[in-house]
Ligand binder design. Structure first.
Ligand SMILES: Nc1nc2c(ncn2[C@@H]2O[C@H](COP(=O)(O)OP(=O)(O)OP(=O)(O)O)[C@@H](O)[C@H]2O)c(=O)[nH]1
Ligand SMILES: [Mg+2]
Length: 196
């Protein structure tokens, strides 16, 4: 299962929160932190893939193109990939790049889940409008409506796990939680090292 979205949207934080780990995936307030594909093996049952974020304005166009090429090649070419969790920041409208990713995933027939991150920053009273705007922009049906998620409060963790498990066709992950003593481990990045 791969996790994709704009730089700084909260991909690494979401992976850490899902896995109940504080700093397995590198997080940073500096956008563009994750520059490689990073693989996390969950009890040897499946992998989470933290993809580099797109759209960071301070990164040169050439480097952004390079990242996009890498991500597209990975997404289009990985037979074992069960699906992509597409993250968007709940506080901001979707961008052309988000819609580009959505079109690309649809064009290669990739199953996807949609998540609105940093939900702790969006008042409850605004949630319905935010979700409706994202649904319209991404052309999603009601059943595909994005989930709100917060790596800070843990909101959305059970719902996202349920959706991810359904996509993976995996047994309930409770049996793979770190509490069992078999914590997920970090795998070597496929393409070079992280930026730190
Ligand atoms: N309030 C709030 N902040 C969050 C949440 N998730 C992530 N952040 C913050 O957003 C910033 C970016 O988080 P990351 O998880 O590093 O984002 P990323 O998408 O992996 O970023 P890149 O690797 O640069 O693409 C950090 O300062 C996080 O603390 C959230 O749910 N709520
Ligand atoms: Mg990251």
């Amino acid at each position: 299962m791969a996790f994709a979205g704009r730089s700084n949207v909260g991909k690494s934080s979401l992976i850490n929160r899902l896995l109940g780990r504080r700093s397995l995936a590198h997080t940073s307030s500096t956008p563009g932190r994750t520059r490689t594909l990073n693989f996390y093996a969950i009890n040897d049952g499946f992998l989470f893939v933290d993809l580099p974020g797109y759209g960071y304005a301070k990164v040169s166009r050439a480097v952004q193109e390079e990242w996009w090429t890498l991500v597209e090649a990975y997404l289009a070419g990985r037979a074992p990939l069960c699906g992509v969790v597409h993250l968007a920041d709940a506080r901001h409208p979707l961008t052309e790049l988000d819609l580009g990713l959505q079109d690309f995933l649809a064009s290669v027939g990739m199953p996807r889940l949609h998540v609105l991150t940093k939900a702790d920053k969006v008042p409850r009273g605004e949630r319905a409008a935010v979700r409706a705007a994202a649904r319209t922009a991404l052309r999603l049906s009601e059943s595909e409506a994005p989930l709100f998620f917060s790596a800070v409060t843990g909101e959305g963790v059970p719902e996202l796990w349920r959706a991810v498990e359904a996509m993976l066709g995996a047994p309930p992950l409770r049996s793979a939680a770190p509490a069992t003593g078999s914590a997920p481990r970090r795998r070597r990045a496929e393409t070079g090292s992280n930026s730190d």
